[in-house]
Ligand binder design. Structure first.
Ligand code: SF4
Ligand code: SF4
Length: 203
């Protein structure tokens, strides 16, 4: 009958509204003041409506969450090449970036003037970046990844929102921390590629 769907929808809204007060009554002030209460409000079993008290409270982002990209570099305690770039300045990310917000300055050998496969500088205009993740998907060297840091607002875009290499570079251990399963998958895939290459050479 016409209107039944609307009434059902309103009933569900009313149920959630009432459940909010029932849950508040069960938990008391702990629902809003304790870590346990926050976890319960964010959990699948939560009842009713809830408000996250941002910025004091933040919802944990899923591993596949993506915001402005960063560049992977070796950790400082790397055995042979601490802080070394994974980026070879191949330029693929800049080519596929839909709003064209990546600029790369390639390094050159000071003696020969020939290109060296590493960036001299690397810029991303983070206000133009639309967080699509294409750069990370297409990079053949796992050298650019999508970050989880979304608190980037500032008052002056020109001096703070055009990220250079110094601002973009983050160690591999950071990527392993924010995306452990993807970092592990990529490590296994790199190892498999290396093994296949070595096997081809032996033939
Ligand atoms: S695609 Fe990867 S390796 Fe190539 S320039 Fe971009 S970040 Fe560097
Ligand atoms: S996430 Fe998308 S828009 Fe942002 S730099 Fe990468 S390719 Fe460009």
């Amino acid at each position: 009958m016409y209107g039944v769907g609307i009434l059902k929808g309103l009933g569900i809204t009313l149920k959630h509204f009432v459940d909010t007060y029932v849950d508040d009554f069960k938990w008391g002030i702990r629902r809003y003041t304790s870590d346990e209460g926050f976890t319960a409000r964010q959990g699948l079993e939560t009842e009713g409506l809830f408000t996250v008290q941002y910025p004091e409270e933040k919802i944990a982002v899923p591993e596949r969450f993506r915001f402005v990209p960063f560049l992977v570099v070796n950790d400082q305690d790397h055995a042979t090449e601490p802080d070394a770039d994974w980026c070879t300045s191949c330029g693929i990310c800049a080519k596929v970036c839909p709003p064209q917000c990546i600029w790369i300055i390639r390094s050159t050998d000071p003696d020969t003037g020939r290109p060296v496969p590493q960036p001299k500088d690397f810029f991303i205009d983070i206000d133009i970046c639309m967080n699509c993740g294409f750069c990370a998907e297409f990079c053949p060297f796992d050298a650019i990844k999508m970050d989880h840091d979304y608190e980037l607002s500032d008052y002056d875009r020109t001096s703070t929102h055009i990220y250079n290499h110094a601002k973009l570079a983050k160690p591999l251990s950071y990527w392993q921390m924010i995306a452990p399963s993807r970092a592990e998958q990529e490590r296994l895939s790199r190892e498999a590629d290396e093994a296949a290459k070595a096997a081809r050479k032996r033939k």
